[in-house]
Design a protein around this ligand. Sequence first.
Ligand code: SAH
Ligand code: MG
Length: 217
Amino acid sequence: MIVEERLVTYLHSLEQENSEILEEIEQAALRDSVPIIRKEMQSFLKVLLAIKRPTRILEVGTAVGFSALLMSEYAPEECTITTIENYEKRIPIARENFKRAGKEQKITLIEGDAMEVLTELSGPYDFIFMDAAKGQYIAYLPEVLRILEPDGVLVSDNVLQDGNIIESRFAVERRDRTIHSRMREYLYTLKHHPDLETSIIPLGDGTAVSVKRNKGR
Ligand code: SAH
Ligand code: MG
């Protein structure tokens, strides 16, 4: 937890319930330790979607479909979502959840490794939600930027690693060092990339919001 726990508890207490199906899927996910977006990220995504009003969303990391369904509820009616997942245990659960919600026409789940799938997508997308293996974000970035439209929004979740990101490389456990340095490289790149305007926000487990510059304007 990177924000004081009591503050998070208070902010959660202000939240209103989600739709019945989202509540059900969230409960099941928490019970089964599926790492879905937290309350504060949920409400932040709702606001971003209300501002951006995207029509083509790409999500990297479906899990059981919770965030895809939430985005689908809060995006404009005509919006379609493509979401990528490679964990075979979660794929059928996600498909079932999309079906239960009557969203099979709106949400397309692509099975496979995100890196491979990304290279095959042509997009363009106007909103990309990156929420898969944190150590891979830096590798995905060139493909993500290729298929993100000018003025498009990239939201990257879990970028502050429970606060570990501020520790020196030698203070983090050896097994976490690769992911630590890759995430630092990712954040540096987001902040220094000529095509992006990025804000890194200590919300939830840390999120980065980037907008692709529109050079035509
Ligand atoms: N966005 C979801 C949670 C995603 S959890 C929600 O909030 O509801 C991250 C998911 O990314 C996991 O289910 C994991 O299996 C998937 N993932 C990790 N590495 C991946 C890869 N290389 N290719 C595709 N999916 C990957
Ligand atoms: Mg996440």
